[in-house]
Design a protein around this ligand. Structure first.
Ligand SMILES: *Cc1c(COP(=O)(O)O)cnc(C)c1O
Length: 404
């Protein structure tokens, strides 16, 4: 193990389990595990391999470099289809085709560039046409599909392109009853029908992210694209916890206390003294800060409690809150006058939502999201590169969490 004083421990057994669970929730569909952004901070290649071991047959990434990194690491075409989707003019489509990567086309310029790359490499490009069915982000507007579809079908007839997929993305999947979800589905079905009538012979139609995979079977089509849920976080935290969804959080973020020291009542803590001790107490210094992705908005003081941290031995673990400002490299805990914590003891910022013997539950990435007024996606994805990712494989932890 690294000698760094903090680590993100990533349980590959949890990722395998979560992908299996997602596959069971979408029995008619293949699973594309979304591993963009270093697998939401969990480590691209080990997470991708765990997802494949859990039954995913596709991997999804945003950037060409991410797709090429998977192939360079030995995740071959027989291991996984890989789709990459966020391109700008100048993207090296030729390298993607040589690496046997499926590419998304989301604008007319991309058709020309993909066809040119196919001609240059002598490879047929496997293309997924991205349609904006209402998200208002990347993708060809539904009413503009004929600005790209005829060119793709012509390229298919010439052999440079194989139009394998048609896909879209939801704006409010985390609110399953929102009328926009149904409205996007209606538009998607219309575009599918139009494309098939025009001669498209699609292999995969796909629309569902984690939330739709777990809450909306009618949106599964041929392939589901979960990201967040692969890592065991709930995409619908207002409706269900990871445990409710049969998911196990894969990441545990922990750090070793640098110092535990006694201070008097009335001691201001950290920059700007947002927090002041109310009694003689002990402060613990945690060597993680905003440079590591700990949100500065999770500072604790008179304006509100800071992010939660689990301290103490297993049989007497308790949650304390960040005291004062989150700094670049460190945060401070008010451990209380009776603490038995010492320098070097390990504390946990978040992990599995397991019950504590003394009541309550261990803090989760969602609790940090709540403390910082953001979403759990941002908590794990923004963890800094300075924090080592330590990959473990502990089936027994997964079964414990499942039975909790
Ligand atoms: C990130 C992303 C996903 C995965 O979304 P989750 O909410 O994490 O499941 C799926 N599709 C597209 C296009 C994405 O950008």
């Amino acid at each position: 193990m690294s000698t760094y004083p903090a680590r993100a421990v990533v349980d590959l057994a949890a990722i395998r389990h979560n992908v299996r669970t997602l596959g069971e929730r979408a029995p008619g569909a293949a699973v594309m595990a979304v591993v963009k952004a270093d697998a939401y901070g969990h480590g691209l290649v080990p997470s991708a391999r765990a997802a494949l071991a859990g039954g995913a047959t596709w991997l999804g990434v945003a950037q060409a470099t991410e797709a090429l990194a998977l192939r360079a690491a030995g995740v071959g075409p027989d291991d996984a289809r890989v789709l990459t989707w966020l391109h700008v003019p100048g993207v090296d489509f030729a390298a993607l085709l040589e690496a046997d990567v499926d590419v998304s086309v989301a604008a007319p310029w991309a058709v020309d560039d993909v066809v040119a790359a196919a001609r240059a490499t002598g490879r047929t490009a496997r293309v997924h046409l991205k349609v904006d069915t209402g998200l208002g982000r990347n993708g060809v507007m539904a009413e503009d599909v004929d600005s790209v579809l005829p060119a793709l079908l012509k390229a298919e007839a010439e052999g440079t392109v194989r139009l394998v997929g048609l896909w879209s993305h939801l704006a409010l999947a985390d609110e399953p009853d929102h009328p926009s979800v149904r409205a996007q589905r209606v538009v998607f079905d219309d575009v599918l029908e139009h494309a098939e009538r025009a001669g498209a012979r699609l292999e995969v139609r796909h629309l569902a992210n984690s939330a739709a995979t777990l809450t909306a079977p009618e949106l599964h089509y041929d392939l589901v694209r979960p990201g967040l849920a692969v890592y065991g976080m709930s995409p619908v935290p207002q409706l269900a916890s990871p445990g409710d969804l049969g998911l196990v959080p894969a990441m545990t973020l922990e750090a070793d206390l640098a110092t535990v020291k006694r201070v008097r009542a009335g001691q201001g803590v950290s920059y700007a003294h947002l927090y002041t001790t109310t009694q003689d107490t002990a402060l613990g210094i945690v060597p993680l800060g905003y440079a590591d992705g700990i949100p500065r908005h999770a500072s604790g003081g008179s304006a509100g409690p800071g992010g939660p941290v689990l301290v103490g031995p297993d049989d007497a673990a308790r949650v304390v809150r960040i005291a004062g400002r989150v700094c670049m490299d460190q945060v401070v805990l008010d451990l209380g006058p009776d603490t038995t914590e010492r320098a070097g003891d390990t504390v946990r910022l978040f992990g599995v939502d397991e019950p504590l013997l003394g009541g309550g539950t261990a803090p989760t990435a969602q609790d940090w999201a709540d403390a910082a007024d953001t979403i759990s996606y941002e908590i794990t994805t923004r963890l800094g590169s300075r924090i080592p990712r330590v990959h473990v494989d502990t089936e027994d932890r997964v079964s414990r969490a499942e039975n909790a």
